[in-house]
Design a protein around this ligand. Structure first.
Ligand code: E4P
Length: 218
């Protein structure tokens, strides 16, 4: 499973990259707005930190507008994946981008039927929103399982990017369900490291080592 950070914050991306486990990054208009830096500039900065796929989302809602915004974003760097919403115009734009060799992440996916449309349009990624599905009382992880199963049945090459992950268990369960990628906020990636038995075990190892090898205090 590839690990992406779901952020446009450079400090968080630098920290994730420094651990050597960061495979890419996803952004969306809300995350870009939070940073207050125009998208093209921020995406260019991210390419200097992240060595992997970087999703840059369009804000146009019509196909022509998406194409006009997406092409220059794709030209920023070879790692850019243009992100479009799962609407009729988004799927149409995805088909055109795919034929042009521009990789697309189809976002705001909330059903397996929508995910089939994205795959048929040649999407590189489809992004089902686990946390937001859970919020509605449905099962976000079951959606990941369903999409992975359907893609396998038909040999679709679209990768399932499990998005809107809010907890460590969302990450683990997405991996169990077969998601190719998990994109998560920095807080969730940071929490993956933690286990009380790791802390307790390390403390004991160091205590035993010190007892055996440190000279007794006078
Ligand atoms: C990423 O591609 C999505 O835009 C993001 O994961 C949505 O997450 P949220 O539901 O926490 O806003």
């Amino acid at each position: 499973m590839r690990f992406f950070l779901d952020t446009a914050n450079l400090d968080e991306l630098r920290a994730g990259a420094s651990w050597g486990i960061l495979d890419g990054c996803t952004t969306n208009p809300s995350l870009i707005a939070k940073e207050g830096i125009p998208i093209a500039e921020r995406i260019r900065q991210i390419t200097e930190i992240v060595d992997g796929d970087i999703s840059a989302e369009v804000v146009a809602t019509d196909c022509e507008g998406m194409l006009k915004e997406g092409r220059p974003l794709a030209a920023i760097h070879k790692n850019i994946v243009v992100k479009v919403p799962l609407t009729r115009d988004g799927i149409k734009a995805c088909s055109i981008f795919s034929k042009e060799g521009i990789r697309v992440n189809v976002t705001l996916c909330f059903s397996a039927g929508q995910a089939i449309l994205a795959a048929k349009a040649g999407a590189y990624f489809v992004s089902p929103f686990v946390g937001r599905v859970d919020d509605t009382g449905w099962d976000g992880i079951q959606l990941i399982r369903d999409i992975c199963g359907i893609y396998k049945n038909y040999g679709f090459s679209t990768q399932v990017l499990s998005a809107s992950l809010r907890t460590v268990n969302h990450v683990i369960d997405s991996a169990k369900a077969g998601a190719h990628v998990g994109t998560m906020p920095f807080k969730v990636m940071n929490s993956l490291f933690d286990h009380p038995l790791t802390d307790r075990g390390l403390e004991q190892f160091l205590k035993d080592h010190a007892k055996a090898f440190q000279p007794p205090a006078r």
